[in-house]
Design a protein around this ligand. Structure first.
Ligand code: MG
Length: 159
């Protein structure tokens, strides 16, 4: 078994759609980024790559490459899952936390779980997502940014 941790921090900007865990969430701002800015999916990708000993997201999908411009981060996740498969690894469990002051994310967590689990090829029950505010403190609390953290457990097929 292998564990991995992922962390990502994105700025919120006007005129962008908000994507978290592959789900479009109605809000007056969205996460800035070269892709769709999906901070949760990026943290999850980094956790998976870390557990597999495959470096990080920026290494595989550089933000200097126009190929990844505005791409759905679920597509990046699907490619990461392929890399794991090629190494004989499968996802046993995901836990994660999103730090965001607004909007309320709890009503969207079930759908995010479903989208991520489907892309990972596992059951929604193997994916956990928590949403927290920072009680108004710092950049996240001022509505300038969102953070996500993810931790994963991988199992090897080749035992
Ligand atoms: Mg990112």
């Amino acid at each position: 078994m292998r564990v991995g941790i992922g962390y990502d921090y994105h700025r919120l900007a006007e005129g962008r759609k908000l994507f978290l865990g592959g789900v479009e969430i109605p809000f007056n701002k969205g996460l800035a980024g070269h892709s769709d800015g999906d901070v949760l999916t990026h943290a999850l990708c980094d956790a998976l790559l870390g557990a597999a000993g495959l470096g990080d997201l920026g290494q595989h999908f550089p933000d200097t490459d126009p190929k990844w411009k505005d791409i759905s981060s679920l597509k990046l996740l699907a490619q990461v899952v392929e890399m794991l498969r090629a190494k004989g690894l499968r996802v046993a469990q995901v836990d994660s936390v999103i730090l965001a002051q607004e909007p309320k994310l709890a009503p969207h967590c079930a759908q995010m779980k479903q989208m991520l689990a489907r892309t990972l090829g596992i059951e929604p029950a193997q994916v956990n997502i928590k949403a927290k505010t920072t009680e108004g403190l710092e950049a996240i609390g001022r509505g300038e940014a969102m953070v996500a953290q993810a931790i994963v457990l991988l199992e090897s097929h080749k035992l």
